[in-house]
Design a protein around this ligand. Structure first.
Ligand code: FES
Ligand SMILES: [Fe+2]
Length: 352
């Protein structure tokens, strides 16, 4: 079979087949896709309050794959997102969040303003045409949405248009009362492929089988999946309640999950490490004044561990020579089907 045919996803879910298993096991495909997708999409950075006291906040974006060092800086109300790599010989300037009004590279002492402009370079007397614009730190595109900051290394992919859908649907959500809780945030390393983690998130089909506790909380009959632009929304009512929603689960291509609850917001960021390893960062933003958040987080971690078991099993399973691809449940797996179509478009562009 032609390699491209393995990754074509029919638009009609009732006849479509899932992505061929080589998508998950081929190291070259992994590398090409991570580079293409993650350097051209908007990615979650941080909440604005995280650069309030310490006003320099470096991010090592995808340390094991892209390894791009950038930093957010804040001076009064002016926020910048700039490269964190010294323009002299490439030392990473800042390792951890700090307070300060300049960035100083500790290798040979070059100093930059918080907007990236080179301020001072010791030892460069006699250097011609110096400094030039090339000696300043590059600016990275960033966006502020309800005080959450997103960045993009190359903003070619418009994956954030769904944020306006959230603004409309959740117009009463108290964004201004959210605070970041480091203590209630978590990070997990899971033995699975990053796309498998997203696929599992994109269907509630497994809930009654895998999450016995959660299944008692939500009314599975009311479970709904809506396909939005580069995004999927899932929601369900609380058990025994026709109008109370349990949660709004927004997935945003490729790796971002915004989970809105009555206690606040949980943001999951999925980071590819290798074909067999994925890191998932959970950032927890409770609504100020709500006191039952800890119990809710305990329940979420339980659900998370249940999910981890199944996605790790799938990662082992797809290596079997007896498995190549499967079919979608038209009723329950619209989200996975949409995700695969988005991946397929990029795969077909990259594969010869
Ligand atoms: S690498 Fe930064 S001053 Fe030399
Ligand atoms: Fe799950």
């Amino acid at each position: 079979m032609n390699k491209k045919d393995l990754y074509k996803i029919d638009k009609d879910i009732s006849i479509a087949k899932t992505l061929d298993s080589s998508f998950y096991t081929d190291k070259n495909i992994f590398k090409t896709l991570v580079t293409d997708i993650f350097s051209s999409t908007w990615q979650y950075g941080l909440h604005i309050n995280q650069i309030r006291n310490k006003n320099v906040y470096p991010i090592n974006f995808l340390p094991e794959t892209l390894s791009e060092s950038i930093t957010f800086t804040r001076q009064n109300e002016q926020i910048n997102c700039i490269s964190n790599v010294c323009t002299h010989r490439g030392h990473v300037i800042c390792d951890s969040p700090k307070k300060g009004n300049a960035l100083k590279c500790r290798y040979h002492g070059r100093v930059f303003n918080l907007n990236g402009k080179m301020k001072n370079a010791i030892g460069f007397e006699g250097a011609k045409d110096f400094p030039s614009v090339n000696d300043n730190l590059d600016h990275i595109n960033y966006k502020n949405w309800n005080n959450f900051l997103f960045f993009s290394l190359n903003k070619t992919y418009k994956n954030l248009s769904v944020l306006s859908d959230i603004d409309k649907r959740l117009s009463n959500f108290p964004f201004k009362k959210l605070y970041f809780s480091k203590q209630l945030s978590n990070s997990f390393e899971i033995n699975t492929h990053w796309a498998m983690y997203c696929e599992n998130y994109l269907e509630g089909f497994h809930v009654p089988f895998v999450h016995k506790g959660l299944a008692k909380e939500i009314d599975n009959q009311s479970y709904n999946t809506e396909i939005l632009t580069n995004s999927v929304l899932q929601y369900a009512n609380k058990q025994d309640s026709e109008k109370d929603l349990y949660a709004h689960y927004y997935w945003i291509f490729p790796n971002l999950m915004l989970n809105f609850y009555n206690w606040g917001l949980s943001i999951n960021v999925v980071e590819p490490i290798s074909i067999n390893k994925t890191r998932v960062n959970f950032f927890t933003f409770p609504i100020d004044g709500i006191d039952f958040v800890e119990d809710q987080i305990k329940d979420l971690i339980q659900v998370e561990l249940e999910d981890q078991q199944v996605v790790e099993s799938v990662c082992r399973g797809v290596k079997s020579k007896f498995y190549s691809s499967g079919r979608y449940s038209p009723k329950h797996e619209k989200g996975v089907h949409y995700f695969h179509q988005l991946l397929s478009k990029i795969l077909l562009k990259n594969i010869r």
